[in-house]
Design a protein around this ligand. Structure first.
Ligand code: CMX
Length: 138
């Protein structure tokens, strides 16, 4: 088993990235690193670097986005924690072999061309967990 090497990002669900960003920029003095659409996840994301970790603001792009459902139920707030790993496919296989409940049974493409996979929140005491393998070029 290869342990995660760091927290890559913390996902925060928001209704509107532009509106929500003001708190991070104007109040906390942080800088938006970039905004990107992740079509497969039906979200628009804004990365805000804070030292080694990023905050990832998540705005749904469709009513059937998992983030739209989360917002409807909980309102804006922390949505997931993403742990960086070097081999996401290997970790997914290891977790499936250990009968851990996974949302993704194979890696998918996330923001910045990362490979990502989600564990089910029922596995982790209600905290949605993402595994992230950065793209080679990052
Ligand atoms: N954190 C903690 N619990 C969560 C959760 C979250 N982010 N999202 C859903 N849940 C819980 C719900 O509260 C619910 O719990 P109860 O059964 O106790 O009520 C349970 O999970 C099922 O939730 P649901 O609202 O019925 O939604 P679904 O089962 O349809 O979907 C999930 C839940 C986790 C499978 C779905 O949100 C998913 O596939 N998530 C992974 C993908 C994702 O979130 N993508 C967006 C981010 C993309 C990115 O970072 O690039």
């Amino acid at each position: 088993m290869a342990s995660p090497t760091k927290i890559n990002h913390i996902g925060i669900a928001v209704h509107d990235i532009e509106e929500a960003s003001k708190y991070y920029t104007d109040t906390l003095g942080l800088t938006i690193g970039g905004v990107e659409e992740v079509a497969e996840q039906r979200v628009k994301v804004a990365f805000i670097p804070v030292g080694e970790v990023n905050l990832e603001l998540l705005e749904p792009t469709s009513p059937d986005s998992p983030v739209a459902k989360f917002l409807e139920k909980n309102g804006p707030g922390i949505h997931h924690i993403a742990y960086q790993v070097s081999d996401v496919a290997g970790e997914v296989n290891r977790l499936l072999d250990a009968e851990v409940k996974m949302v993704d049974k194979a890696p998918r493409k996330g923001a910045h061309d990362c490979l990502i996979a989600f564990l089910h929140p029922k596995e982790s005491g209600g905290v949605l967990t993402e595994l992230v393998q950065p793209a080679e070029h990052d």
